[in-house]
Design a protein around this ligand. Sequence first.
Ligand code: URA
Length: 235
Amino acid sequence: MRLDKFISSNTTLSRAEAKKIIKKGILINNILIKSPDYKVDEINDQVMVNGNRLVYQKYVYIMMNKPKDTVSATEDAIEKTVVDILKEADRIYKVFPVGRLDKDTEGLMLLTNDGELAHRLISPKKDVVKKYYVEVSGELKEEHLSIVEAGVMLEDGYKCKPARLEILESSEDKSRANIYITEGKFHQVKRMMKSLETTVTYLKRISIGELILDENLELGEYRHLTNEELDKLNK
Ligand code: URA
């Protein structure tokens, strides 16, 4: 990666600011480099900025507000993936999406290269609660609350783990709700809603465990997790 990019992606400096300090000279492996297009070996080069070695981050954690029309994969021959949205400086870390959201689902997508954390968040054994906001055509009724709590039976006979439904608004034609689930079966929320004789028209993931989607992120935007957010995930 270019030196100016390496510095700006591992510090709070902008690319322009990085270029400025490179002009004055940056010590790389004890040699003074003044060229912003110097190709950094991210793992082995010792790049010093203001007396500190820039440490190449081993693990990165990215929160994205996934837009519709993107698939939860690292690559796809036809569809745009959530990884395609990332800038090159973030793609170098080879992150992958934690769990899947359907192509037409929006909301919180966590991307990381930390396989252990990803496994912990996805594994149904760990009971990490995922909150979704859902709009459906059809009526969500009081009686659905206890059905969801007991575990919805899907059309293929699979009984879902107990979940929680919070009806926000409901009429014969359409309803809105939050649903909290600990599993991530294929089309899980859509199929649960089907079993309640409604059809999902809009679905957005709001949170994974204690990690909550930053509402300042527009669709398709992303940012790195703060240390506080990471601590919450590691609890
Ligand atoms: N459940 C679904 O049906 N779709 C998603 O994208 C996520 C959960």
